[in-house]
Design a protein around this ligand. Structure first.
Ligand code: GLC
Ligand code: CA
Length: 554
């Protein structure tokens, strides 16, 4: 069997996303931290992943869960210290895990000294050129400079007050007003980030997950979004790129970064959170001198619908394959409703990222979990690299009854509750069934309250239950690794009888089948079950079930 070499680890890696606030709290303040992660790394090795990706732990006022960075080269005291970080990297490496960190280059925090200096400087100062400051439209500059909207709701512009109290220029923020967009036309901004990259590469990180890379370059002159009425803050697939998304000039930045990464030993990798569709356009982002990989949101958005899913997979292999990049696969992250709830309701992309609150349509979490387990098995045998999000291995549902008073996502505030936001997938995870905060902290503190239903998802009870979701993930990852599925050969398998409701593919010896129908089907003739998404039900291919099959040995 082929051994994974250092030169291709990222092509087939299973990367586990840690949202540090909600992973494990080591000091009883109710917020997860780096020492908490260090103490649980063995659990991740047992799970069978190859790398961890840490959501931001940098210094930040935490207006957007740390995606508002006020110091890119330090650890926020709520998470620990730089020496905790060094220990985390050292221990991960000793255990055979790689460490990827989140880099947020499109915007910083309004608390960052760059922004503070800009606000306190004159209109044409160098300090202002780090950002997009513009005079307003209208007689007195009372209107925003253009029609751009923030992704979190409301206008993408905020007007500052001058030191004498008069109203001043406007600054651009595609996200919260506490997240001013950086001006990537300015060579100084580029230099700053090159040294930030080197700072962390020197500390031994194996790579970066790059936040919102498709937003970094803006069309010259910041013209109006031509179809903002239809697309809001976003874009419409197939139309020309709006002036704030995926501008061509962005690519040279990543080429520069790639050169920096390649100058370090040990195959450092960059993954872009590029929300670019269709995937044929996304392929430009993973050319051999740019990102190593990008997230596959087409797959995440396929809603577990047979035709959409098949098309998403075809499109992925086609687009990424054309430029020699691995496809990636993902079903969860900290921005979308957890798949164990998403698949238990009629939720499209919009609801999934806007969240569901107590007044919204509640999911059927038991149907959702069956489908989620099946979806994960379907995903983990696909060649390429897969991303998992903490808690999905426990089959956690979304917290869909979180009361408004606990909400923290800026989306909730900027839309005055119209979109409840993403807190429901960011709730601290349960470790021990019979402990306060389900063992997340020693004293029961938890920055977001956990739903009672988390009790039965706790890791301790799942460890002892052969049929648990946790043990399903472990078994799948074990087989994935021993059969080298991550670097295998994919082919659809259309030869099954009764196959209208079935989607099946082969990866080498393995046959993967999923039943989208409502009627149980027999296990295909000539095959035996290696793994089933519902452990006890091994005699048939049940509705909403995935099986991993191998040819029966006679
Ligand atoms: C990315 C992050 C999200 C954040 C946004 C702005 O989409 O995943 O959590 O709010 O960028 O930084
Ligand atoms: Ca803590």
């Amino acid at each position: 069997m082929e051994q994974k070499t250092a030169s291709d680890w990222w092509r087939s890696a299973v990367i586990y996303q840690i949202y540090p606030r909600s992973f494990y709290d080591s000091n009883g303040d109710g917020i997860g931290d780096l020492r908490g992660i260090i103490s649980k790394l063995e659990k991740l090795v047992e799970l069978g992943i190859d790398a961890i990706w840490l959501s931001p732990f940098y210094r930040s006022p935490q207006k957007d869960g740390g995606y508002d960075v006020s110091n890119y080269v330090d650890v926020d005291s709520i998470f620990g210290t730089l020496s905790d970080f060094d220990e985390l990297v050292a221990k991960s490496h000793a255990l055979g895990l790689r460490v990827i960190i989140d880099l947020v280059p499109n915007h910083c925090s309004s608390d960052h000294p760059w922004f503070q200096a800009a606000v306190n400087s004159s209109e044409n100062s160098d300090a202002r050129k780090y950002f997009h400051f513009k005079n307003g439209r209208g007689e007195k500059g009372e209107l925003p400079p253009n029609n751009w909207q923030s992704m979190f709701g409301g206008p993408a512009w905020t007007r500052i007050k001058n030191s004498d109290g008069s109203l001043g220029q406007w600054y651009l923020h595609l996200f919260d007003s506490s997240q001013p967009d950086l001006n990537w036309e300015n060579p100084k901004v580029r230099q700053e980030f090159e040294s930030i990259l080197r700072f962390w590469l020197d500390r031994g990180v194996d790579g970066f997950r790059v936040d919102q890379p498709h937003a970094m370059a803006k069309a010259k002159g910041l013209p109006d979004h031509p179809y903002a009425d239809e697309a809001g803050a976003g874009f419409i697939e197939g139309r020309e790129a709006p002036p704030m998304w995926f501008q061509d000039s962005v690519h040279e930045i990543f080429r520069d970064w790639r050169r920096i990464l390649d100058s370090y030993p040990g195959q450092r990798a960059m993954c872009g959170e590029a929300y670019v569709l269709p995937l044929s356009l996304m392929a430009l982002w993973v050319r051999s001198d740019e990102f190593h990989q990008t997230f596959n949101f087409r797959f995440l958005d396929a809603d577990w619908e047979k035709q959409k899913l098949r098309a998403a997979i075809d499109e992925s292999f086609e687009a990424f394959g054309r430029v020699g990049a691995p496809s990636t696969w993902v079903l969860n992250n900290h921005d979308v409703m957890r798949h164990a709830s998403r698949f238990g309701g009629e939720y499209g992309r919009a609801t999934a990222s806007d969240g569901v609150g107590p007044d919204g349509p509640q999911p059927d979490n038991s149907l959702g979990l069956r489908r989620a387990r099946a979806a994960t098995l379907f995903m983990l045998a696909l060649p390429g690299s897969s991303y998992l999000y903490q808690g999905e291995e426990l089959g956690l549902p979304e917290h869909t009854t979180l009361e408004s008073k606990y909400r923290q996502d800026p989306t909730f505030f900027r839309t005055k509750g119209g979109r409840v936001g993403r807190d429901g997938c960011r709730v601290p995870i349960p470790w021990l069934k019979n402990q306060p905060a389900f063992g997340f902290s020693s004293n029961g503190k938890s920055w977001l309250p956990q739903p009672k239903t988390f009790a039965d998802h706790s890791r301790d009870i799942q460890e002892k239950d052969d049929d648990s979701t946790l043990n399903l993930y472990k078994a799948a990852l074990r087989i994935r690794s021993s059969m080298n599925l991550g670097s295998g050969e994919f082919a659809w398998f259309d030869d099954l009888e009764n196959s209208n409701e079935v989607l099946a593919y082969r990866n080498g010896e393995l046959l993967v089948v999923h039943n989208f129908g409502i009627i149980d089907l027999p296990v295909p003739y000539g095959y035996e079950v290696l793994l089933a998404s519902e452990g006890k039900n091994k005699k048939c291919l049940g509705a909403n079930q995935t099986l991993w099959l191998t040819p029966r040995v006679r």
